[in-house]
Design a protein around this ligand. Sequence first.
Ligand SMILES: *Cc1c(COP(=O)(O)O)cnc(C)c1O
Length: 354
Amino acid sequence: MKFNPKLENFKPYVPVTENYKIRLDANESCFNVNRRFLSKFRKEISRLDFNRYPDPTCAALREAFGKCFRVRPEQVVCGNGSDELLNLIAETFASKGDRVVTFAQDFSMYAFYSRLMECDVLELEKREDLTVDVEEAISACREGNARLLFLSNPCNPTSLVLDRKQVNKLVSSVPDTLVVLDEAYMDFSSESYLGELKKHDNLIVLKTLSKAFGMAAIRLGFAVTSTEIAGLLNTTRSPYNVNALTQIAGRLALSSRAAMEGRAEELTDSKTDLFNGLKKIEEISKGDFAPVDGETNFVYVRTSKVRQIDAYLRKRGISVRAFDGYLRITAGTDEENAELLQCLDEAAGILWIE
Ligand SMILES: *Cc1c(COP(=O)(O)O)cnc(C)c1O
């Protein structure tokens, strides 16, 4: 059997799958849902018609999202995680050979789904200080007639944020490119561009419940955009893409923005503690272990010792995410952070002192 040749050099996304005692590799929230949520969720699923298909329009869920983030429900499309929406956006708006622009140090799934559509993917490098060169991105979109531009803001993995002014410049300067602004971590920052959506007809903002809301298990993401683009995504998505259990859990989680904001604040405090602890390792390493000061629930660290540190931590039951020349460490509970920092301190004694 001969398969589509596009699959020949296709590499799967490989998350950490082994079991570690302390999991700081996937940017999940370290807080599980609370008892109040669980009791409401139980009550609702005890009344659920399991024999019926879920609401294909996710009406109540979009209503709850709209209230929570002050957008109109008609502007919202729900997905089985924002991952499904990334795939749907590539399928819907790009064809074989189309130019798609993204960044080398950004979420790898942008290039992944675009390559699956056989697009011509251009991955721009970040600057030396890991910031986005907005002018370069504008030129790349204009010159290449780019169909799509993907970026995360704040960025995974760099943790850095582009302010609204720069985002406005970027989106306004490429009217023929559909800009996908992935705000998966924006609950940890204050530069959300959701409020400016109406200024543009070439913009999709993505949100997810997987991070600050602490609900990665239910797989729920949102595309917020013009009613025209939302309409197009609604014609191309599969009809029952968000299951009934997820619709219920998502609606309950979105009913209290204050609760999410409280947890986001706790996670930000945990990240600040982690960052301060990592700065002490930086001193021991004489600069070969340099944490980035960002606005997410994780810390990105530049180091020449990625392999050694990753191996040392794994042996001690701690998983972090390893990249070329960088480690990405999710903020955990106080105990998890303390254990991680203790292990890093030991590793630093071996790597940089002896
Ligand atoms: C975690 C993450 C998401 C969320 O994906 P889901 O499929 O909603 O879990 C999206 N974008 C980025 C950049 C992320 O880091």
